[in-house]
Design a protein around this ligand. Structure first.
Ligand code: GMT
Length: 398
């Protein structure tokens, strides 16, 4: 069985496909990747539908011609919570019966691969149009945390095996999937790797020019973007930042919101750096916040890829990160940023200081980061890999 292989692009792609994309409507990376992919596929001439219980923020900010199906279901006294996953299945069936769908691309295994499986099964029993094929993209905690929890693991295992193709966003995540789930004999091509991508025109160093308001005049800044879940370790990052300062002036800019926001604030107060840590909340103007920063910081305990780090790199901002999961597939230590073990707070702080207070190093690594993002992770090449995969599962590609 082939595993962890790269999907080879076939070009030019000539067949127009009808593609349904299922995703979480979050600021998080899986919703971003799914939205950017939907927009790119529509740009390429495919007929693209997004199914989610809200409009994903990254889709909402674009004029792209993607059809949105906001499948919310209805609350009912017998339901503990509204089953959005069933509403999504129902919306897919409705579109498939009306105009046909070739591909269902489920982002994040739970619940989307389950919704896709139910829709495909129902479409098969319709005996009308050919049923859509399922591509499932694994993003991270759908394998390492929630999908692997005993309460869901048997279903995660089943829907991975029932997909027509499965991709992971890093080689590390593909290996983790194989280690945690028994996939022998169920996926002819194994778990294939298609890395995430970034729009290198939107995320670009030129955003720096439009963003003078995003810098404080009294020293360099480090920026972090996340949903403040415990896995992101934002309080730990505040500690590392305080250790990096050593009485020098710099600013930590925190973008996003989530469960650890209050604790992060209280750590900043406890360490006497509250006036140096800015909490900006959720923002849509990421390039304008990433490009002017001297450093991007990612302090996670686990990270399958680190899309926010890639977006910073595309803006020409070097990255200081913990060396966990697939981050080393994105950030090259000593070239596009620095990596250190997840338990090494002093090492992380030293790396922050090495870029914050040495502008020439930050500039050189930032230029290398931009070059790497453009060469390895730009939109066109990665989207072609997904198109080639769709054609293959439909039996008309290589
Ligand atoms: O898996 C998650 O925790 C959520 C997910 C998301 O929606 O943000 O993040 C994962 O997917 C991103 C996009 O592929 C990756 O860039 C993140 O590294 C990954 N997060 C984790 O592995 C913690």
């Amino acid at each position: 069985m082939r595993c962890c292989s790269k999907v080879q692009p076939t070009s030019p792609v000539t067949r127009k496909l009808r593609i349904g994309i299922l995703c979480h409507p979050t600021y998080g990376g899986s919703g971003v990747v799914a939205s950017e992919l939907a927009l790119s596929l529509a740009d390429a001439g495919h007929d693209v539908h997004v199914f989610s219980h809200e409009v994903p923020p990254r889709l909402a900010r674009s004029p792209g011609l993607v059809q949105m199906h906001r499948a919310q279901g209805v609350p009912y006294p017998l339901f503990h919570s509204t089953p959005h996953d069933l509403a999504i299945t129902s919306a897919i069936l409705d579109i498939h019966r009306a105009s046909g769908l070739d591909i269902l691309h489920a982002h994040y295994a739970l619940p989307h691969a389950v919704s896709a499986f139910l829709a495909r099964s129902a479409a098969e029993s319709d005996r009308g149009r050919p049923a859509p094929r399922i591509v499932t993209t694994l993003h991270g905690t759908d394998i390492t945390l929630i999908g692997n929890d005993p309460s869901y693991a048997p279903l995660t295992q089943f829907v991975i095996g029932a997909s027509d193709a499965v991709t992971a966003v890093s080689h590390w995540l593909a290996r983790e999937t194989r280690a945690r789930f028994c996939l022998d004999g169920v996926l002819p091509h194994g778990v294939e790797v298609i890395h995430n991508f970034v729009d290198t025109e939107w995320f670009s160093p030129s955003s720096r020019r439009e963003a003078s308001a995003c810098r404080r005049p009294d020293g360099p800044s480090v920026v972090h973007v996340s949903n403040f879940r415990p896995v992101k370790r934002v309080p730990w990052l505040v500690r590392a930042f305080a250790a990096a300062l050593k009485a020098r002036a710099a600013t930590l800019v925190l973008v996003g919101d989530g469960p650890d926001q209050l604790e992060s604030r209280s750590v900043a107060r406890e360490l006497g750096v509250a006036d140096r840590v800015l909490f900006l909340g959720e923002r849509d103007v990421l390039p304008e916040l990433l490009a002017p920063a001297d450093v991007f910081a990612l302090s996670s305990s686990s990270e399958s890829f680190g899309l926010s780090a890639l977006e910073a790199m595309a803006c020409g901002t070097p990255v200081v990160a913990t060396d966990v999961g697939g981050v080393s597939e994105v950030v090259e230590h000593g070239v596009t940023g620095f990596l250190s073990p997840a338990d090494d707070l002093e090492g992380f702080a030293a790396h922050l200081a090495a870029l914050l207070f040495a502008p020439e190093s930050a500039r050189r690594m930032g230029a290398a980061a931009r070059e790497s993002a453009v060469r390895r992770f730009s939109r066109a090449g990665i989207v072609k890999q997904y198109e080639a995969l769709y054609l293959r599962v439909l039996g008309s590609g290589s």
